[in-house]
Each structure stands twice: as C-alpha cells, then as structure tokens.
Design a protein around this ligand. Structure first.
Ligand SMILES: [Mn+2]
Length: 339
C-alpha cells in the first residue's frame, strides 16, 4: 500500500458505482497532465463511469498521438465553454489531476469551485491548496501518472490496466522524469515503469514520439536560439534566452515548439539555473529550470507570479522583455548559488 488505507477506501467507495465524472488538468497540458487524465479516464470507463476530460486550453499537436486525445474537451474554445460547464454542472465526481491550485485552471476554475461534486485531487506539486474532498498529494512522486498507477494498484485494480492505459501513464512518467534522468526519479518510478512496460507500454515507441518529432523549422529555431540568443550571466551559473514576438513569428512557431529548449544550457558544465522567456501577445511566459538546491519554485512564486517544483517552474511577467530581463537579473541576487 503506497497511500493511506482510509483515503484509498474512500476513493473505492466513491467510484464503486457508475458516476458522471469529470477530469480536469492544468492549463497548457503537458505529457503528465494528458497522460494521467487519459489513463484515469480509460480506467474509469472500464469501471462503467461516464467520463469527460476537460482541459482549460488546447493541447499541443505533438501530444496528439497519445491514446484517446480525440475525446478531450477544450474549455477555451468557441463551443467548449457551454458544453464543459454543463458537464461540470452535471458531474457527481471531479478529478483534479497534476495541479493543486485552482488558479492554474484560469477561467475554468470558477466552474470547478462552484460545483458541488465530490472532488478528488491527485498531484505531486508543492504546497497544495485544500479545495478537494479527498487529496492525494505527494511531492516525492516524479509524476501524477506514477501516483495514478499506485492508486489503481492500491485499490486492487491493477489488472484493469491495459496497454492503452499503460501507454498513457508511461508518457507522464517519462515526461516529468526526463526519461529517468531528473533527480525526482526514484526506485518507485522504475517499479511503476516496469509494471507499465509489462502491461504493454512500449519505451522505444514513446521515446520516438516524444523526442524525435521536430519540424525542420523548429530545429532551426533551436539552433538560432543557441547561437544568437543564449546569454550567460556574469558571476552566476545561470544561462537564459529571451525570444520576442517577431522572432516567434519569423520561425512560424506553434505552441509547444519551444518545449525542451530551456534544458539545453545545462549542456554547459557548471550551469545551475536556466530560464526561457517568450513574448506572447498578452504576457511574457517564463520557464525556469535548476539543478540541486537551487529552488526555482520559490523564485518563480516570489518574482514572477508562478511556481511549480524546486527544479522546474513556470512564471509570467506583464512588463516588456527588457524590463523583465532587468527584473530577472536583479532577482537572481536573492539566490545563493554557493551550495
Ligand atoms: Mn506532473
């Protein structure tokens, strides 16, 4: 048993009979948000539930290959809002996956807040809010997908995990652990990976689908950023890139195209923190990554209205690119890189 027996018993009771169920995950869904939501959806459908998976906004094309993505309902779309709100209103159970603060849902959050459905949170981020009736929150897990598998296993239902569900969950596992390279990778991560592979997840297929799917222009954009945009900070082991709206337009970037770029500066020996700033029409979107004790979760929360994990966080800025850069360089002084 990985989770508390009363919590697992409660969840078993909640899903014992077919229910109108909604699953929501965070905005800009990544492999873990999609994988855990779709994996859980397929599992609950096997148990006879009527399940709608609602994402606040559209998922990126590079994740389309994950099983069952064609059933995803998008809240921020022309038809989506009304249909999604009706589903939420009718829901008896709502699962909140891979986020722990209602604000991460933006507009969709209001509807979730108002709903009287029984809410279950399954999440591995730090500092969870207590909006759910049943909370599975554990920062030791590398991925929500890893938690979903253990919860299914704890309920004694692992035999229902088929190759499709296994593939969905495996996607989140490798996405959030960087294919078992990040320091959130634990023995349990590998145990769960082993179980999912035994149930039919194909490591080579998933790796190809995640790693080797660039369009030519995207790879050239990476080259441009690394050659022309990469900046190293004086006296700090920090490297960052700032990309303007005209540059994004020039390379005809689609959402998700800059994914992963923020990790490249770590190829330089000694770099402990990286940042990637992209100028969106309405805000500057920021990704932070770090190594070891450098805490970008606190940094993003303190200075850039964001948060996430200690070594991977996001944030935003409503200043110009130049002003954001100044603020960033000033804020770096708050970090002790000597550890
Ligand atoms: Mn996650």
């Amino acid at each position: 048993m990985k989770f508390s027996a009363p919590d697992i018993a409660k969840l078993k009771e909640v899903i014992a009979n077919p229910r109108k169920t909604v699953i929501v995950s965070h905005r800009n869904p990544d492999g873990d948000a999609l994988g855990s939501s779709l994996g859980l959806k397929l599992f609950l459908e096997k148990k006879g539930h009527e399940v709608s998976y609602i994402s606040p906004n559209a998922y990126t094309n590079n994740l389309k290959w994950i099983p069952d993505t064609d059933t995803i309902m998008v809240y921020e779309s022309s038809l989506g809002k009304k249909i999604c709100e009706a589903k939420i209103k009718a829901a008896e159970v709502i699962f909140c996956l891979d986020f722990n603060a209602i604000s991460r849902l933006e507009g969709l959050g209001e509807a979730i807040k108002e709903s009287k459905a029984f809410k279950v949170m399954i999440d591995h981020h730090q500092q969870p809010e207590s909006f759910a009736d049943l909370t599975f929150s554990n920062v030791k897990y590398c991925a929500t997908c890893e938690m979903v598998y253990d919860i299914i296993d704890d309920m004694g239902e692992a035999s229902l995990v088929d190759d499709k569900i296994a593939e969905c969950l495996y996607v989140g596992l490798v996405s959030d652990s960087g294919f078992f390279q990040f320091n959130n990778t634990t023995p349990n991560t590998h145990f769960v990976a082993a179980a999912l592979i035994a149930k039919g997840a194909k490591p080579d297929y998933v790796s190809e689908k995640i790693n080797n799917i660039f369009r030519e222009t995207r790879l050239r954009f990476f080259g441009y950023c690394l050659n022309d945009k990469l900046k190293l900070v004086n006296n700090h082991p920090v490297a960052y890139m700032m990309i303007s709206q005209p540059e994004i337009k020039k390379f005809n970037l689609q959402s998700g195209d800059s994914e992963g770029l923020v990790n490249y500066p770590f190829k330089i020996e000694g770099i402990k923190m990286t940042a990637y700033f992209s100028e969106e029409p309405d805000r500057i979107k920021i990704s932070f990554r770090s190594r070891g004790d450098v805490d970008v979760n606190t940094f993003a929360r303190t200075y850039f209205e964001g948060g996430g994990h200690r070594n991977a966080a996001g944030g935003k800025s409503s200043l110009s690119l130049d002003e954001t850069e100044k603020k960033f360089l000033e804020a770096l002084k708050s970090i002790d890189f000597s550890k």
